[in-house]
Write a protein that binds this ligand. Sequence first.
Ligand code: OSB
Ligand code: MG
Length: 368
Amino acid sequence: MKIASVQLYVIKMPLKSPFLTHLGTVSEREGIIVEVRDRDGVSGYGEGVAFSTPWYTEETVQTSMHMLADLLIPLLKKQPIEHPSQVAEQFKAIRRNNMAKAAIETALWDLYAKRKQQPLAKLLGATRSSIPSGVVVATDTTAKALAQIETYLQEGYQRIKVKIHPGQDIAFLKEIRRHYPDLPMMADANSAYTLKDKDRLKALDEFNLLLIEQPLAYDDLIEHAELQREIKTPICLDESIITFEDARKAVEFGSCKVINLKIGRVGGLSEAKRIHDYCYERNVPVWCGGMIEFGVSRAHNLALAALPGFSIPGDISGSNRFWDEDIILPEVTVKNGMVYVPDEPGIGFSLNVKRLKEVMIAKKELVF
Ligand code: OSB
Ligand code: MG
């Protein structure tokens, strides 16, 4: 691949309604769209999914911009890239900063797939042409949660995830189950609990959840293993899984039975695929997590989630879950509870340039 330039677009868009977790509220989303142009004028797109503040991981939009512009992209100038799988190797000199790494790595995957005239999903080893769609309810009262669940079920979503914490768990889930006894449902705690809450967490077994996501701290692999031995609900790890090695350790320790895969959190598609392959060989189910993302990242998620190990419906929602108008064309839509995986080259979506310009707040160009 002969790179001519990289464009970094910082964008900002209000959410249709605020996204509430016990860690804070997201009402506006900033993000980074990366465009890698090669010397023939072909463009590949990636998205930086860090938030404005470091509430979910330590990265932010600003730290990502610094990493991309001053460290990661300059590294790519040193050696020619034949295949996007080499990029992770080149980035090893820079610790962590996985979302910044993934932003450019995914853009190179898209460019590579377009040059090969292949859908990205197919290049990664996808086995499916459509994916079951799940959605997240992140609000602060049972009444609002019930109303949102009803709307999403009417839109066809096949699985609901709710955010929980010690002030919103047992009674909350009991009430949802009273209305929807058979709804495929999972609960995400974003580390709201400690092992002192073991009895509370045991009490959630009766709600027949598909899984409980990240109940304890991100670095508590031992404690998650202890908890998993005592609860029936499968534990799924999100924040704890930053590398392939984390996934291997979590599976070997018995810290979880399921893994949430997010391309940004693990530093790109190559690492995500490695974790997928490891889990698939061992019958550990994986599913694709969401990051309140724009269309470019949504498109990359679709390509990844079409792999055979993604056996649980992910946080794969339509563009209209969060946005009045997304930055890709066409938008991601849910039909009969499914999202189609495009079969055009690369990510299979194009940028909505008019919309991108409307929401752009900064821009940086790096010429090779
Ligand atoms: O913990 O999975 C999470 C959104 C932002 C940051 C972390 C998480 C989430 C979600 C997914 O719960 C929301 C979505 O569908 O994008
Ligand atoms: Mg989560």
